[in-house]
Write a protein that binds this ligand. Structure first.
Ligand code: URP
Ligand code: ZN
Ligand code: ZN
Ligand code: ZN
Length: 466
């Protein structure tokens, strides 16, 4: 039988191997891997290119409620446009209820926002900010059964942070359903103590965001989250790990047999707290939580990536505009760092940064790149085997990379709704040149191709690797 599309002559990253073969695609799925695949309606010449599974970014924030007067810079159209141009084929944003809304209402609201707008596939995690009996007893079990199989809880942020008891109650529901618990681990009381002290001393500029969220606040919360998960008897993922001591808590727990998964992000291998100390209000462009650390912590994160301690490399894309009073320049943000919205844009630059700094510099292999940018996201969040790998039967979600293309990251070339990138001028070797979603090109040479054909993905239970 002939194919709809054959991608010919590339180096193909399939699981643990890199092979020179052609990819035959039929009805949106990978039908054949091999040579002399016969004829096809369309042939893409991939000579000199690398074929990787389309990126899955399992940690993005899109059109998320962010407080009175504050607005995220991306809607689903712009976020998925940006993600596709950056080599991604699936993104997983979080459903956060508006104040007074139920989790179920939040899910419905996100579907309404995403429906018909997406250039790539999307699936939703849930954020648990209320632990009332309606949420834990009814909404959460029903939503789990409907394919929302992962929940995030926060140990920081006023209005979002849960107590230890509440986290245990959420974990208990996760346990009953085999759901994945994702934890944002920073000690809220310690941070509030340091923030009050900084403000009392008149230290109010953006860099104080980093200084009041120090490594021990993250390390302690990481240790506590893991302990709570061991007490509740559930696996968990610690998201956006920024430093060596927090990672050590995770590797130590793994050695005693705990199922703890770890995620890190581009900001923790490329940015530092000094970026928040840039002149004037520029530092606000780098305010995110946990904050970027220093070069010693970057080295520790790299060591973790090289040794396989990290399962996931995500962007934590959380975009705000810089020159905007609904964004970084929020009312009161110049008076104190406390009022600067947290988060940075990064969905389009995640893969190029890791490819350039990791693969091209010899720190990680291509199969490892594929695992932490796609395959593990699919497995840990219930999208495998349909997503995350170049394998027969899987969706033909494929990104073609040109490992010889060198150019700096420029805001002018990006497609997100933010008005800046934290990586302006950062040199990258190796760029995605074509992104295929279910066998159809959705981005080519940095531009979107065609209409918004992304689907919503319902998920199965996580595969707890290790
Ligand atoms: O600063 C950040 N990372 N904002 C996004 C929300 C979160 O904590 O992931
Ligand atoms: Zn977080
Ligand atoms: Zn986040
Ligand atoms: Zn463009």
């Amino acid at each position: 039988m002939s194919h709809d599309l054959i991608i010919k002559g590339g180096r193909v990253v399939t699981g643990a191997e890199v092979v020179n073969c052609d990819i035959g695609i039929r009805a949106g799925r990978i039908a054949t891997l091999g040579h002399d695949l016969g004829d096809a309606t369309e042939v893409i010449d991939a000579t000199g290119l690398i074929a990787l599974p389309g990126g899955i970014d399992s940690h993005v924030h899109i059109a998320q409620p962010s407080g009175p007067g504050i607005e995220m810079a991306d809607d689903f159209a712009s976020a998925t446009r940006s993600a596709a141009c950056g080599g991604n084929t699936t993104v997983m944003p979080f459903c956060l209820p508006e104040d007074g809304a139920t989790l179920r209402q939040a899910v419905n609201a996100y579907h309404a926002k995403a429906n018909g707008q997406c250039h790539i596939d999307v699936s939703f995690h849930l954020i648990i900010k209320d632990t009332d009996s309606q949420t834990l007893g009814q909404d959460l079990p029903a939503l789990f059964e409907a394919g929302y199989t992962s929940f995030k809880v926060f140990m920081t942020y006023a209005g979002l942070a849960l107590s230890d008891r509440e986290i245990l109650d959420v974990m208990d529901v996760a346990k009953a359903h085999n759901a994945m618990v994702m934890v944002h681990a920073e000690n809220e009381d310690a941070i509030e103590f340091l923030r009050d002290k900084a403000e009392e001393a008149g230290n109010t500029g953006p860099v104080n965001h980093a200084r009041t969220r120090p490594v021990p606040a993250e390390r302690e919360a990481t240790h506590r989250a893991i302990s709570l998960a061991e007490i509740a008897g559930v696996p968990l993922t610690i998201v956006h790990v920024s430093n060596g001591p927090a990672l050590e808590e995770i590797t130590r727990a793994r050695r005693r047999g705990a199922k703890v998964f770890a995620e890190t992000c581009p900001q923790y291998i490329t940015l530092t707290a000094d970026d928040l100390d840039r002149a004037g209000f520029e530092g606000a462009k780098y305010v995110c939580s946990p904050p970027p650390r220093d070069t010693a912590e970057q080295t520790a994160i790299w060591a973790g990536l090289e040794q396989g301690d990290f399962d996931l490399f995500s962007s934590d894309h959380c975009p705000f505009r810089f020159a905007d009073t609904a964004g970084k320049d929020a009312p009161g943000a110049r008076a104190t760092f406390r009022n600067i919205p947290n988060g940075i844009p990064g969905v389009e630059t995640r893969l190029p940064i890791l490819f350039s700094e990791g693969v091209m510099k010899g720190r990680i292999t291509l199969p490892r790149f594929a695992a932490i940018t796609a395959t593990n996201h699919a497995r840990l969040y219930g999208l495998a085997p349909r997503k995350g790998a170049i394998a027969v039967g899987a969706d033909a979600d494929i990104t073609l990379w040109d490992p010889t293309l060198t150019k700096p990251i420029r805001q002018a070339d990006l497609h997100h709704g933010s008005d800046y990138t934290p990586w302006e001028g950062f040199n990258v070797t190796g760029w995605p040149v074509r992104t295929l979603l279910r066998g159809k090109t959705v981005a080519k040479e940095g531009e979107i191709v065609g209409a918004a054909t992304g689907d919503y993905l319902s998920r199965s239970a996580p595969e707890f690797l290790l």
